[in-house]
Design a protein around this ligand. Structure first.
Ligand code: SF4
Length: 70
């Protein structure tokens, strides 16, 4: 008996920050929300703040994970 082979369509996932669940696009910058913000010091005025790492949409790292369906 012949069996019909079904072609499995796979959607190519592009591993890039813009497709990562931790990617947070904001106006003028993109943040990575994988980890809590880090302390950042402004050495010009000595001010201290906290911020998430800034990433470019095309970058990626070893913690990349696909976006969740919600
Ligand atoms: S790929 Fe890495 S750096 Fe980029 S958003 Fe995801 S966790 Fe952050």
């Amino acid at each position: 008996m012949a069996t019909r082979k079904r072609k499995v369509e796979t959607e190519e996932t592009v591993i890039a920050c813009e497709n990562c669940r931790y990617f947070k696009p904001l106006e003028g910058r993109n943040e990575c929300r994988r980890n809590p913000p880090s302390v950042a010091v402004d050495f010009e005025d000595g001010g201290v703040t906290s911020m998430f790492p800034l990433v470019d949409a095309g970058e990626w790292c070893g913690c990349w994970a696909p976006k969740l369906n919600s």
